[in-house]
Structure formats: structure tokens, C-alpha cells
Ligand binder design. Structure first.
Ligand code: SAM
Ligand code: SF4
Length: 357
């Protein structure tokens, strides 16, 4: 049933239209907090523990990828040191990501320790689901609170085409394993691609509803040089209009602290989210930074400035130097990203698998 009245607008906000004011008092750090120069408090870190993956999703990677040599990747101990310092600075949410985090050898060693890090309230994971049948239970037992699983299609052949090598059934088994292990509110992430999976959005929502999953539709971002993006971009609003005749979408005021905007379907526990970096960005309330597997701290997914924490980690075993480098990085957090719909000429040359989604 269509619901015309309860529809928040997607108002494109160009960064050029928004002039942030910098209040110098906002740059003062209360002990144990991270605050950037626009007064935004950083409470959420996304930590990529590998750039490697067992899939090669067409929107995320080139077909032939060169992965980092081992010595350029943070050791698991180094990942733990970085996470501990962030938590000491007031970060309460940490997302483990990649690449595919569950292909990192001994990933559970790290996740077990993060799960019992005092002060870390919310340990979550993003995965392609391929290894979840083995890892769902240990992840739950380690204290991981919630899992996001990428799933762009429910058709096995199409899944193989999008991921280049993935097996849909392994992922579906992984989703079942997550539920059996006790995970609630597992979320599916769907990258919207015109001509590739846009005929399945309704089916994907039905699948989410019948399996008590949340689902988020993501606008494709121009990260890394991948050709053909201009032709496949679909906005959140277009997808929402596609769904509207099939589901009564009630706008929700819920906020996961991130860029998604949510809708609910009456009678279902599922939330339908839209992540709209192009058509509706949320840079003004950004609360996060990202750490790559190489130990680079990227204050913004959509910009190229970074701080090299690996050098600091390896120069000294002191946590103080690391703490200072992280505090100093707040000075380069930009106001926002500059994604344009010139998707074939990316301003950001890193693939998403490098930065961690
Ligand atoms: N391998 C894991 C997975 O696929 O969930 C975690 C890493 S992956 C880089 C994290 C998320 O980024 C996935 O949901 C994926 O769909 C999304 N992603 C990758 N490339 C993207 C792009 N160019 N635009 C938008 N989302 C992208
Ligand atoms: Fe791998 Fe995730 Fe990128 Fe797909 S989206 S290639 S699963 S890192």
C-alpha cells in the first residue's frame, strides 16, 4: 500500500551550501574525549583488519587486485593497541571490517580481546557472510553485538556475477548461522545498481521481513577506479519510490548514530534503511573515523587525507605517542566529503576494500 503522507523528503544537501562555523571552544578536549575542529565528538571507529577478501565484488574491487604485503599490514596486536587507545579516548563503538574480516588468520584472537575491552560498549562486525557458518557462534560468544551482512541479490547466478567468485548458498547458510547463534537485528547491506539488482529490491525487503532482518540500501560510492559506475547509480529516493507501492513505509525517527535514515513496515520488526552519501549526506553530525589495515587513520571516507599510525605504532611501544597522534588527527578531519555523481572519475582513489566500509 502506498503511503503518500508519511514521506520525509530527501533534500540534497550540497556541502557548498552549508557553511560550518568553527567555535574555538569546541576544539578543547575534555579528558578522555576526541573532538574535531567543527565540534563533532568522535565515538565510533571502523577498523579494517585486512584488505584481502574471498570475493571480488564489482563495485568494490578491480578484477585483478594487488593486496598488501604482510609486513605492511597491522598485526593483530597492533590492531588491539589502536583500539585500546581509541576506547581510552571515549570511543564506545567499534566496527570490525575489511576486506573480509573473517578471512584474516586468527581474527578471533583479536575479536575475543576486543569483546572484553573495558569501555567498549558496542563491538560490531561487517562481513560478506561467507565464513559465518563457522564463525557466528564464536563471534556471539566473544561479545559481538550485531552483524551487518552484504547481500545484493538472492539469485545464485547473479550473485556469482556481482561477487565474481562468491557462493550465495554459503552466505544464506551464514545468515541462518547468525540467527542460530543468537544474533538479533542482523542487517543486510544492499548496494543499489541499476540494471544489476534493481529488479530485486522488493524481493530483498520481503526476504528481510520474513527472516526478521534489517536491511539498508546503499548508494554506490565512487571509491577506486571502476568503470561503468555512471550508468548504474540509483538514488535512495528512487528505490524508496520503487518499494512504496509494495510496503507501507513509516518513517522512523530511530538513528543508529550513522548516516542511514530508517523506515518501518507495520507488523514487522524489520527496519528499512537508506544510506545516501550522494543525495543526503550527514557530514555535519559525523561521529566516526576509519583505520585501514595498513594503520592509516582516515578521518573521512570521502577524502584522501590520512595519518600514518603504523609508523607511530612501530616507532615506540608507548601508548602515549599513539594517543597524541590520534588526538592530533582531529585537526585534519574535514567538514565533509565531495562525492559527485561523476562516478567514473573518482576523487578518492582507494577502493572501499582498502578503507573498510
Ligand atoms: N567484506 C565485508 C562486506 O562485504 O560486508 C566488509 C567490507 S565491505 C568493503 C563493507 C561494505 O562496503 C559492504 O556492505 C559493501 O557492499 C560496501 N561497499 C563496497 N564498495 C562500495 C561502493 N563503491 N559503494 C558503496 N558501498 C560499497
Ligand atoms: Fe570483499 Fe566486501 Fe569488497 Fe565484496 S564488498 S569485495 S565482500 S570487501
Amino acid at each position: 500500500m502506498q503511503n503518500e503522507t508519511l514521506r520525509p523528503e530527501f533534500t540534497p544537501i550540497g556541502l557548498a551550501d552549508f557553511k560550518p562555523t568553527i567555535d574555538p571552544t569546541m576544539q578543547q578536549h575534555a579528558e578522555g574525549t576526541l573532538i574535531d575542529k567543527y565540534g563533532r565528538r568522535i565515538s565510533y571507529v571502523r577498523l579494517s583488519i585486512t584488505d584481502r577478501c574471498d570475493f571480488r565484488c564489482t563495485y568494490c574491487m578491480a578484477e585483478e587486485m594487488t593486496f598488501l604485503p604482510r609486513h605492511e599490514v597491522m598485526s593483530l596486536e597492533e590492531c588491539l593497541r589502536v583500539a585500546s587507545v581509541f576506547v581510552g579516548l571515549g570511543v564506545s563503538k567499534l566496527r570490525i571490517t575489511g576486506g573480509e574480516p573473517l578471512v584474516r588468520k586468527d581474527a578471533m584472537w583479536l575479536i575475543d580481546r576486543l569483546g572484553s575491552l573495558p569501555g567498549l560498549e558496542n563491538l560490531v562486525l561487517t562481513t560478506n557472510g561467507s565464513q559465518l557458518d563457522r564463525f557466528a557462534q564464536p563471534l556471539y560468544d566473544a561479545g559481538v553485538k550485531r552483524i551487518n551482512i552484504s547481500l545484493d541479490t538472492l539469485q545464485a547466478e547473479r550473485f556469482k556475477k556481482i561477487t565474481r567468485i562468491g557462493d550465495l548458498h554459503k552466505v544464506l547458510n551464514g545468515i541462518d548461522a547468525a540467527r542460530a547463534a543468537g544474533f538479533l537485528r542482523t542487517k543486510l547491506n544492499v548496494v543499489m545498481m541499476r540494471g544489476t539488482n534493481d529488479d530485486e529490491f522488493v524481493d530483498l525487503v520481503r526476504f528481510a521481513v520474513s527472516n526478521e532482518l534489517d536491511i539498508s540500501f546503499i548508494e554506490e560510492m565512487p571509491l577506486g577506479e571502476i568503470h561503468g559506475r555512471n550508468n548504474t547509480y540509483i538514488s535512495s529516493e528512487e528505490t524508496r519510490q520503487m518499494l512504496a507501492p509494495h510496503f507501507e513505509l513509516i518513517p522512523s525517527t530511530e538513528n543508529s548514530g550513522g548516516p542511514a535514515r530508517y523506515w518501518r513496515i507495520p507488523g514487522s520488526t524489520s527496519r528499512i534503511g537508506f544510506i545516501s552519501p550522494h543525495s543526503h549526506n550527514f557530514c555535519d553530525t559525523c561521529n566516526r573515523v576509519r583505520i585501514t589495515a595498513k594503520g592509516e587513520l582516515y578521518p573521512c571516507l570521502g577524502q584522501n587525507d590520512a595519518v600514518n599510525l603504523l609508523q607511530v605504532l612501530r616507532a615506540s611501544s608507548s601508548q602515549e605517542a599513539l594517543r597524541q597522534a590520534i588526538i592530533d588527527s582531529m585537526g585534519i578531519k574535514p567538514f565533509g566529503h565531495d562525492f559527485t555523481q561523476q562516478m567514473d572519475a573518482p576523487h578518492v582513489v582507494r577502493f572501499m576494500s582498502m578503507t573498510g566500509g
